[in-house]
Each structure stands twice: as C-alpha cells, then as structure tokens.
Design a protein around this ligand. Structure first.
Ligand SMILES: C[C@H](O)[C@H](O)[C@@H](O)C(O)C(=O)O
Ligand SMILES: [Mg+2]
Length: 391
C-alpha cells in the first residue's frame, strides 16, 4: 500500500509537550535544572523556555484513505522539518518501507541534525508510520515488533508525591530534585531532608529515585548519591549534562553499592547510546521513543543495551513506550508521569490530546488494553491543530 500524503500540525497546552502546562503544576515548581545557577530562571522552568516548542502531530495518509498519526515534542520547527524535508521520503513509498525511510530521513538531515528537534521530528514520522502500518494490517504495534513477553506491566510514578503514588498502587516514585550545586550545602541538606521525609512516609520497600534533569556536577552527584544511600535511593537519574559521558563513567564507578546510575532521556540514536555503553556510563537507559529516533531506532538501541546487560526503561512517551516495553525482557517495568497538577491522581500522560490513551490502574496495565490496530489511540477533535507549513 502506497503513502499518499504527510501532514504536520502543532498544538499547544499539554499533549506530548507535557511541560507546556497552563495552570500551576508540580512539574514547574522549583525543579533544579542546568539553568538554576541563574537566579532569574531558578523557580520556574517555563521562565527559561522549557515549553517553547509545543506538540508536533504527524499524520500519514495511505492511498486508501487510512491515516496513521503520532505526537511528540517539536512544535513549529518540527512541523517545518517534516513538511519541507522529510515528507519527500514517504510520499509514493510503501507503508512497509520503514527501514529505508528511516535511513533516508537520518542521512539527509545529518548536516544539521543527529540529535534534538530533528530527531524528534524523525521520531514522530517513524511512530506515525508504525501506527499506519498497524492500521493497514489491523494489528497492534506490539504484535508487529515481536509480541508481548508479559501480560501485565508494572509502573513507577514520576512526580512530587511518591507517598500518594504508593497508595495508587505504583511500585516506586521518582522525585524531581529541587536544589543543585548553586544552592550549596544548604540545598544538598534540603534534598536529603525531602528524601528522608518521603522515605518515612512510604516505608522501606517502596522504590524512591531522584531525577536530576542534567543539573549537577560530578562532585555534587557523588555527594548526593552517598548521602541518599542511607535512605535507600534506588537510582540517581540524569545527574550530569548528556554530553558528559566521561563524568557519567566516573559517577558510576563511585556510586554506592546497590544504587543505579540512569540516563539517556536526552540521548538519541544507536550511536549516542553506544557511547553510554562503551564508557559504561550507567546501569539503565531511558530513551524517549518520541525523541531518540522513534520505534525503529529504539529497537536497535534496545538490542545494543541487551548485549551490554543494561536495562531499558523508556522515558515517558505514554502509549508509544507501552507497546515497546511489553515486548522486551530487558524492560521489566515502565514510567508513568503524573500529569495531575498536584500529582494526586492518575490522568492520561498526554492529556488532553489523545482519546483512548491507556493509563495504569492500581499501578498496572494489562496487555489487552493495547489490543487495537496501530498504537490504538485517536486525536481528540476538541484540541485545536494548526498546520503552519505545507509542501
Ligand atoms: C520531572 C522531570 O524534571 C522531567 O520533567 C521529566 O520529564 C523527566 O525527566 C522524567 O524522567 O520523567
Ligand atoms: Mg528524567
């Protein structure tokens, strides 16, 4: 079946750009970032532009009128890249030409791409293509990539209230780190107090993790990890900037026994992850399927991880991750981002953009909820899409 047309849209307010929240939200409440050293950008990530891109929606229509789609972060720049550059590799091709299309998209953008928003755009197209193929074949994506290796998926929750996540049935809670090197010893103490306080609420067996969102330096990370090990921190995530492979290698060498170093949320392609494996930077990788190159690339990254005995627990990305995680032995659980402003209830991760977006119930998800063609979700017609470019 041939591809007829590719279209790219932008939408604001939540969706795949889940940092783009309009009301007060824990996800924008004093979270430590690489910009926290600037007083004026400390309190809110929106102040430095974390939500500047917005959501990119990619639609691919086959000649019989079947439409596959996917959503990722990328907004107007992403829409430009899809319409003006990538669409040419799809229109007229067969819906099964997934490998060839990926190779053409990646190689044709090498001179300005490789990572970042170009890879987000490539990921969006790739996911939309898998969705289309699933719809054409009347098969869920997980069945096209090897089939499920388990019937039920367990989730940990990312958010400000691991104590509530425990009551909701999750297996663990990942706290955003609030204070960084610019806040000195005082800040370090406050981070540990937050962890200690949470540990006293959730008991010994519930997992607790720190998400450091690229904000620390090596010395601070080691100090934090050592102090946090007393309170059973399960892992320290994205402690360093993503390009500091050398720092990650040193951090992993100096981490307290039993604690994991995790990273990869802002890494892309098999080559980026190969660096993490070659230098033994971490124990568990967290590629985002909407940012790392899409499902086609994630399958390669994951095979590489397997050969290096590393776990793969994708970052967020909702239904696009779930279809993958169900099919891999080295992805034993999944992340759920708590998108309720106070992290006090489970709402769909890409709210309000998708209809039929599955959510964990009691911290679990059964494979049967994914048994629909493609990724099994629909665009919410109430969300206003704009198409800034055409080709
Ligand atoms: C909570 C974190 O600061 C980020 O907003 C989140 O995207 C993330 O890093 C995660 O791992 O979910
Ligand atoms: Mg993270």
């Amino acid at each position: 079946m041939q591809i007829k047309e590719v279209r790219a849209f932008v939408v604001r307010g939540g969706g795949a750009d889940y940092h783009d929240q309009t009301e007060a939200h824990w996800i924008d409440d004093h979270i430590c970032t690489p910009m926290s050293k600037y007083e004026e950008y400390k309190k809110s990530r929106k102040s430095f532009g974390i939500n500047v891109l917005g959501t990119l929606v990619v639609e691919i229509e086959a000649v019989d009128g079947t439409v596959g789609f996917a959503v990722t972060t990328g907004g107007e720049i992403g829409a430009f890249i899809v319409e003006k550059h990538l669409a040419r590799f799809l229109e007229g091709a067969d819906v099964t030409d997934i490998e060839k299309i990926w190779d053409q998209m990646f190689n044709s953008t090498l001179y300005y791409g490789r990572k970042g928003v170009v890879l987000n755009a490539i990921s969006g197209v790739d996911l939309a293509l898998w969705d289309l193929l699933g719809k054409v074949r009347n098969e869920p994506v997980h069945k096209m990539i090897g089939g499920a290796v388990r019937d039920e998926l367990k989730f940990y929750a990312t958010g400000a209230r691991p104590d509530l996540a425990k009551e909701m049935g999750f297996i663990g809670g990942k706290l955003p780190l609030q204070w960084g090197p610019a806040d000195g010893e005082e800040g370090l103490k406050k981070n540990i107090e937050t962890l200690a306080n949470m540990r006293s609420k959730v008991g010994d067996d519930f997992w607790l993790m720190f998400d450091c969102w690229m904000s620390l330096d090596l010395n601070y990370s080691i100090k934090l990890a050592k102090a946090a090990s007393e309170y059973g921190l399960k892992w320290i995530e994205e402690a360093l900037p993503p390009d500091d492979y050398w720092g990650y290698a040193e951090l992993r060498e100096n981490i307290p026994k039993g604690m994991m170093v995790t990273t990869g949320e802002h890494e892309a392609t098999r080559w980026g992850f190969r660096m993490l494996f070659d230098k033994n930077c971490c124990d568990l990788i967290q590629p985002d399927v909407g940012w790392c190159g899409g499902l086609t690339e994630l399958l390669k990254i994951s095979a590489l991880a397997d050969a290096h005995n590393k776990l793969v627990v994708p970052h967020g990305s909702s239904v696009y991750s779930y279809h993958f995680v169900f099919t891999r032995q080295n992805s034993p659980f999944a992340e759920f981002l708590m998108m309720a402003p106070n992290a006090d209830k489970v709402v769909p991760m890409f709210n309000p953009l998708l209809l039929d977006e599955p959510i964990p119930v009691n911290g679990r998800m059964h494979i049967s909820v994914l048994d629909k063609p493609g990724f099994g979700v629909r665009l919410n017609p109430a969300c206003e899409l704009s198409r800034p470019y055409t080709h």
